[in-house]
Design a protein around this ligand. Structure first.
Ligand code: G4P
Length: 534
């Protein structure tokens, strides 16, 4: 058996056993089902079906809103911790719909690896490919699970070829399916020389696992029908000749992905995948930051905010900042420095997200995700340390691509609307601009569905029906630079000026020509399509 521990720096055992990852997939490939089985085997839920509601709710937009109504479900699913064997897994959820890509991109900055789930009949689909490209930017290690093997699926070589070609990554089989569709009986576990047999009768039953002494072991014939055994021999021989062998280092560097075949709904192949994440997945990694990077084994605690969620509990208007710990051993009650404001913060009631509930986190280690309830001080991209002025880098900010005006259905409620919008802006759910001239607000998003989600959340969380309408503007640019030039610019362009939730100046227009003109006429000013998160 391979052991790659030798290639890793020696981290304290509590940190070394952590695996922090996200699942990337196209909707319907089986992410929710797989998550549920992870939690089941991780002892975090008692029976299958507890996370199910989410998968169903994802299916339609209106159902998605319904899901958002029950914040409990989506919250507990944002970051989940569970143990399996000697490992502590932190699974960070990525929103399913492509219109939530902003959130997804940021989430992927908080993990060390991704599990890519593909549907065995469909192969690599568009959303998988998009998310994969984001992982590629950071060279995230990827482990692949080819799901729904209990159904009619594509030829195994064809699936592997497709991944190799579409995603330009080496693929090495960790297991090999035996039979297809109705005839699928299980997998040969290549890494551990075992035969795993699926039980179709009981979906929650873990596969029977039989130790095999190589492919010539006569035991195989007792469990695998002759024609399937012959096929298995042929295919494995071909695989050995054509496909690369598992190279743990290449996996850690993101150049190779091991693929497991299974059926999440039948609990098949899931434990093997979990063991694979433990064995071949990365330990908590070094975090890029300025002026120096942060290593997970530093004794001092540091972390960064990658997501903020407001109104998780409608009874208390709290916000929770999701913090990925980059280093150290965190203990409840610690005082950390909020680097952006240079102010100390006592972290007295941090929460750890155990699958079915939030719990007070007495302690956490580098790699873990904790939730910090706060009143708006913590923003996406913020760094917390034990005093050192470090700033975590690489949290992306996105240029708003769609702008719309928004009004409260009841004009008397304009103030309430402002409060709601500012809160969402701070959460990172949208960009909000208040024009200098006229009333109302302009909201900027990356994907059209975000408008609907916002309207629904404003109504649910603030009891305010709102209307989005077209805006005369299509582009927004943040303006910065010399104060005198800025005042002159603002005075001469009031019709186009707005302020964002931080009070920063934004130039709104519908013509690229206007932007070019400003750049030409005001060389002292800088126009940017995104605002650095800090
Ligand atoms: P998602 O979160 O990636 O969107 O996928 P989800 O887990 O919700 O699964 C999508 C559909 O695929 C569900 O069926 C689910 O039951 C099914 N599924 C998941 N894993 C497997 C598998 O290994 N084999 C088979 N045959 N199906 C699988 P649905 O009909 O949409 O919902 P439901 O009625 O089964 O709940």
């Amino acid at each position: 058996m391979l052991d790659i521990a030798v290639n890793r720096p020696a981290l304290p055992p509590e940190i070394a056993r952590r695996r922090t990852f996200a699942i990337i997939s196209h909707p319907d490939a089986g992410k929710t089902t797989l998550t549920e089985k992870f939690l089941l085997f991780g002892g975090a839920i008692q029976m299958a079906g507890q996370v199910r509601a989410k998968g169903e709710a994802r299916r339609t937009r209106s159902d998605f809103m319904q899901m958002e109504k029950d914040r409990g479900i989506s919250v507990s699913a944002s970051a989940m911790s569970f143990d399996y064997k000697k490992f502590r897994f932190n699974l960070v959820d990525t929103p399913g719909h492509s219109d939530f890509s902003e959130d997804t991109y940021r989430t992927l900055t908080a993990v060390d690896a991704a599990v890519m789930v593909i549907d065995g009949a469909k192969g690599v689909e568009s959303q998988t490919q998009k998310l994969f490209e984001v992982c590629r930017l950071r060279d995230l290690p990827i482990l692949t699970f080819c799901n729904k093997m209990d159904r009619e699926s594509r030829d195994t070589f064809e699936i592997i070829d497709e991944i190799q070609e579409m995603l330009a990554i080496d693929v090495t089989p960790a297991s090999w399916p035996i039979g297809q569709g109705r005839d699928f009986i299980g997998c040969y576990d290549i890494l551990r020389d075992r035969l795993e047999l699926m039980d179709r009768a009981d979906r929650n039953k873990v596969a029977e696992s039989i130790e095999i002494n190589g492919l010539d072991d006569p035991k195989l014939a007792q469990h695998v029908p002759a024609h399937l055994l012959e096929q298995l021999h042929e295919e494995l021989e071909m695989a050995r000749a054509l496909l690369p062998k598992l190279d743990p280092q290449a996996v850690l560097e993101g150049h190779m992905t091991p693929i497991w075949f299974g059926s999440a709904i039948n609990s098949f192949g899931v434990k093997e995948l979990m063991e694979g994440i433990g064995k071949y997945g990365p330990e908590p990694q070094v975090q890029s930051a300025e002026p120096r990077q942060i290593s997970p084994d530093e004794t001092k605690v540091s972390g960064f905010v990658f997501k903020v969620q407001a109104n998780m509990d409608p009874k208390h208007r709290d916000r929770v900042a999701f913090v990925r710990l980059a280093s150290g051993h965190f203990q409840r009650g610690m005082k950390l420095t909020h680097v952006r404001s240079k102010k100390p913060m006592a972290i007295s009631s941090p929460v750890l997200f155990l699958a079915s509930d939030r719990e007070l986190a007495e302690e956490a280690w580098a790699g873990d995700i904790i939730g910090i309830p706060n009143h708006g001080q913590l923003r996406i991209g913020d760094t917390l340390t034990e005093g050192e002025a470090l700033r975590v880098t690489g949290i992306p900010s996105f240029a708003p691509e769609l702008l719309q005006g928004v009004r409260a259905g009841d004009p008397m409620k304009a103030k309430h609307l402002e409060k709601a919008l500012m809160q969402f802006a701070e959460e990172g759910a949208a960009k909000v601009f208040k024009p200098m001239i006229g009333s109302g607000f302009i909201v900027g998003v990356v994907g059209a569905l975000q408008f609907e989600v916002l309207a629904s959340r404003i109504e649910l969380e603030y009891g305010l029906p709102v209307r989005f309408d077209g805006s005369q503007f299509t582009s927004a640019r943040w303006v910065s630079g010399d104060k005198v030039a800025m005042d002159k610019f603002v005075n001469a362009n009031k019709q186009h000026i707005a302020h964002d939730h931080d009070g920063d100046v934004v130039y709104l227009t519908r013509l690229q020509w206007d932007i070019d003109r400003v750049i030409r006429d005001y060389p002292e000013l800088k126009l940017t399509a995104t605002k650095e998160m800090m």
